[in-house]
Ligand binder design. Structure first.
Ligand SMILES: [Zn+2]
Length: 190
């Protein structure tokens, strides 16, 4: 259960520490706005991946070509600093009798992006949720992200991005792996 009041109270305490004049007009509605924003930014916890990945499309029994959705945008928050990290996700799978609508990929990404995260875990969770739901022959997920906790503090050069991947089963090896990595390369940066 999301308790907006607690977030508002915590934000008021935070503002006391962060600003020399925390009672000024510009900050008056900030606690309520922050509570509302965090409610959305953590709303992935309230959606089960199985809710997103339920409706299968008919007529796919014969499909055995790799299905790829490239550059799905996402916005998340790192659990180490509560700072945004954001970028794109490429998802591929080789069906094994079941396919889902392409629009479901964005919702699946949001299930895991809208919570406090680390990029490596989010990448794994997306891949395994797809694997659990569809039991495909193979799954591949590549995430490219910019981390403001690093860029804004000069820990990392602004505009550089971090790449993580998770390849399962048929996509781990051989032609399928090469095909996916080829399809997923040649990106504009997030
Ligand atoms: Zn961080």
């Amino acid at each position: 259960v999301f308790r907006a009041y607690n977030i508002e109270r915590a934000t008021r305490s935070l503002l006391q520490e962060l600003d020399p004049d925390p009672s000024r007009q510009g900050l008056k509605d900030t606690p309520a706005r922050v509570a509302k924003a965090w409610h959305y930014w953590t709303s992935g916890h309230s959606i089960a991946p199985s809710e997103v990945l339920t409706s299968f499309e008919d007529g796919a029994e014969q499909v055995d070509e790799m299905i790829v959705q490239r550059e799905i945008p996402f916005y998340s928050h790192c659990e180490h600093h509560l700072a945004p990290f954001f970028g794109t996700v490429d998802i591929a799978y080789v069906p094994n009798g079941r396919v889902i609508g392409l629009s479901k990929f964005k919702r699946l990404v949001d299930v895991f992006a809208l919570r406090l995260q680390v990029q490596e875990r989010m990448t794994q969770q997306i891949a395994h949720a797809l694997d659990d739901a569809l039991r495909p022959k193979g799954v591949g997920v590549i995430v490219r992200a910019r981390h403001l906790c690093m860029e804004s503090r000069g820990v990392k050069t602004a505009g550089t991005f971090t790449v993580t991947s998770c390849l399962l089963n048929a996509l781990r090896e051989g032609d399928a792996r090469a095909e996916f990595l080829n399809l997923a390369s040649n990106h504009r940066s997030p």
